[in-house]
Write a protein that binds this ligand. Structure first.
Ligand SMILES: Nc1ncnc2c1ncn2[C@@H]1O[C@H](COP(=O)(O)OP(=O)(O)OP(=O)(O)O)[C@@H](O)[C@H]1O
Length: 304
């Protein structure tokens, strides 16, 4: 969907201003989500399927009973921020730059444990204020695993099945949480498939999702430790990002080379992918930084 927009998303402590009514009314479906994920996202068949289903289904539902809440989990550099960006671009003309998209980074916006009560109040008032301005607001919480335990529960009322809270409906809003928590569990399942000679694409959501939510719930450093959001089933989907393999890293390198307008040199491409480190130590299957740092490595070979 497209919102007639734009300005800036909320920085810490910003009180949102009401937008003109004309900005709130025009929404039309942007077709790019499936297409962009198919084309740009490598090695994440589960993510592709779940995110498209969840987001499209939600946007097409004129009678949603609660906001959409997606929790994206996986190893570093596997595409969580990348997918959030693609989702934002599929809904808002200006993507992450839209003033209806609000990104929170735990270590930036909520750094000090003693201020947790202040953060809870701020978080509630930012969300209330922004959803009052635009019901179809998108909130992205990055580094959930670095969020102080209990903080995220302050947004529980907004994720629940209320029609109105103090005159505001949150049912059209979208919440996306990003986290490295649960990455070990996801890797365990992926490795299990690999060691049993089964293809990565055979992995089903049901092979991971339940174990993932339990492990995140029981992990003191997940930001969701004993969280009522999980306890009360307010997270609609736990989305597992699989660790990326050598072939996916090569695909990322190729895209990066092409995006800079260089001719792809297969030798350089292979050398960059070879320079990344892979785990577990014996099999060396998965890139320990995913596709992160690929662009920095490219500078070494192409920029003189
Ligand atoms: N699965 C993927 N397919 C295509 N490109 C990818 C993929 N994963 C990562 N990339 C590339 O690597 C960059 C870094 O990935 P991204 O920031 O999305 O990782 P992340 O999972 O959010 O990591 P972190 O947990 O460290 O925040 C992306 O901007 C994108 O260019």
């Amino acid at each position: 969907m497209t919102a007639r927009e734009e300005a800036r998303g909320p920085a810490a402590g910003v009180s949102p201003r009401p937008a003109p009514a004309s900005q709130l009314t025009v929404w039309s479906l942007r077709p790019a989500l499936q297409e962009n994920l198919d084309r740009k996202l490598f090695g994440q068949h589960l993510v592709n399927k779940v995110v498209v289903k969840a987001v499209k289904g939600f946007l097409n539902n004129t009678n949603a009973k609660k906001p959409l809440a997606l929790s994206l989990h996986g190893w570093t550099g596997t595409g969580k921020n990348f997918v959030s960006k693609i989702v934002a671009e599929s809904i808002y003309k200006r993507g992450l730059q839209s003033k209806y998209v609000h990104q929170f980074v735990a270590t930036l916006h909520f750094p000090h444990a003693p201020s947790i009560n202040l953060y809870k109040d701020q978080l509630q008032s930012w969300i209330r204020g922004n959803v009052s301005i635009c019901p179809r607001s998108l909130f992205i919480f990055d580094e959930m695993d670095k969020m102080h335990a209990g903080l995220i529960d302050s947004i529980k009322p907004f994720l629940d099945y209320y029609e109105l809270l103090d005159g505001v409906s949150y049912r059209q809003a979208i919440f996306i949480f990003l986290s490295n928590a649960g990455a070990e569990k996801i890797t365990e399942v992926a490795l299990d498939f690999w060691r049993n000679g089964r293809t990565r694409e055979d992995i089903q959501l049901t092979d991971i999702q339940n174990a993932l939510s339990v492990s995140v719930f029981n992990n003191k450093n997940s930001g969701f430790w004993h969280s009522t959001l999980i306890d009360r089933n307010l997270i609609d989907y736990f989305v597992p990002f699989l660790p990326l393999e050598y072939k996916h890293v090569k695909m990322c390198v190729r895209v990066e080379i092409e995006s800079r307008g260089y001719v792809v040199d297969e030798d350089i491409l292979t050398r960059i992918a070879d320079e990344m480190t892979y785990f577990p130590r014996e099999e060396r299957i998965y890139s320990d930084k995913g596709c992160k740092t690929v662009d920095a490595k490219l500078d070494y070979y192409y920029d003189f």
